[in-house]
Design a protein around this ligand. Structure first.
Ligand SMILES: Cc1cc2nc3c(=O)[nH]c(=O)nc-3n(C[C@H](O)[C@H](O)[C@H](O)COP(=O)(O)O)c2cc1C
Length: 342
């Protein structure tokens, strides 16, 4: 294995950059895009382990992996070992080649059912869930955790050892406790401690938003790979930028405005095709906001006006036209051209 990659079971993955699972964001169009932009692996959005919800449009979209680059990693969440085992089997039948278990999510919906990071308070249940899922499927099973439930209950190391004992193939650690939600800053000392104690691959996660930060977190933690979440929103090329910096120690030039425009327009078309026009246009809005946020060439007011205008578009045609006009103006170095949706 080259120094810039790592393994999860039989899968060789390079570069050592993973798109972190984000519900409502890391759908198939976004995963394919991030792969193309240099991510080594993209983890899908969390799918429920409750079979009653597997036939909803949302679950069907989340379980659709047609045309997705291998290996497909699918995240599951839940609290009952046998239900989780069944969910893992079901996802493998639908194309998953890696199963990722979510014990890192602070979301209420998950925590009320004592899934997500709340499970870290029950190490014995964690062991039963992990053992059941590992036994249920042939494919490698990975786990994602936080550093603990609260700053005075930082038991990542205990959970990490349980994970390794249960046959987990790789462990991702987000450097926050559950009670921090997404506030404060991620700390990397606990991740370094976990990495030093384990022999399975450990991935560091939290607040990695630049090539320099990525290099720092890798060096500080000794981690085998990095998970990047929010920094990839509207900036999928961050993966190639980080990979280039890790390989050469120099910064890759940012994408040209013409490339940003083309990436965005193709992303929109893919969303429209994947979800159908009405849902695709709605889901595309948050991505549009993220891409526009990072364009300092236009003033704050101009960007806000673009968002307001494009958010009123409710057909794929109008959404694409308004976006293309706005980005064409950026490319031409002109003030934005904004004509409202018909
Ligand atoms: C909108 C959103 C949705 C998320 N959904 C999930 C999820 O479904 N499963 C999970 O394990 N983590 C989820 N996370 C947490 C991320 O995977 C990641 O751990 C966290 O955002 C910290 O990484 P970052 O600082 O690079 O964003 C989510 C985060 C965000 C912002």
């Amino acid at each position: 294995m080259s120094h810039d990659g790592f393994r999860i079971g039989p899968h060789a993955i390079a570069p050592r950059l993973v798109l972190a699972p984000m519900a409502g964001v890391t759908d198939k169009p976004f995963r394919i895009l991030c792969k193309r932009m240099g991510a080594g692996l993209c983890v899908s959005e969390m799918t429920t382990s409750d079979p009653r919800f597997w036939n909803t449009a949302k679950s069907r979209h989340r379980m659709d992996h047609e045309g997705e680059p291998e290996p497909v990693s699918v995240q599951i969440a839940g609290t009952e070992p046998e239900v989780m085992a069944e969910a893992a089997r079901h996802n493998v039948e639908h194309g998953a080649r890696i199963i990722d278990i979510n014990m890192g999510c602070p979301a209420k919906k998950v925590c009320n059912a004592w899934a997500g990071s709340a499970l870290m308070r029950e190490p014995e249940r964690v062991a039963r869930i992990l053992a059941a899922v590992v036994a249920a499927v042939e494919v490698p099973v990975t786990l994602k955790i936080r550093t603990g439930w609260a700053s005075d209950q930082r038991n990542a190391l205990q959970i990490a050892r349980i994970a390794e004992d249960c046959g987990i193939a790789a462990l991702a650690v987000h450097g926050r406790t559950r009670d921090q939600q997404y506030t404060g800053v991620a700390e990397y000392d606990t991740i370094a401690e976990v990495k030093a104690a384990l022999s399975i691959p450990v991935f560091a996660n939290g607040d990695i938003d630049s090539p320099e930060k990525a290099a720092y977190v890798l060096a500080h933690t000794g981690a085998d790979a990095l998970l990047v979440g929010r920094a990839a929103q509207g900036r999928p090329w961050i993966f190639r930028e980080i990979a280039h910096y890790l390989a050469t120690g120099t910064r890759l030039a940012p994408p040209s405005l013409a490339e940003v425009r083309d990436v965005l327009l193709s992303h929109l078309r893919h969303l429209h095709a994947f979800y159908g026009e009405a849902s695709g246009v709605r889901i595309a809005r948050k991505h549009l906001g993220w891409y526009a946020r990072d364009r300092p060439e236009h003033t704050l007011e101009q960007r806000a006006l673009f968002r307001a205008t494009v958010n009123r578009a409710d057909t794929a045609h109008d959404q694409l036209r308004i976006t293309a006009d706005y980005f064409d103006a950026l490319v031409a170095g002109e003030p934005p051209r904004l004509t409202a949706a018909a």
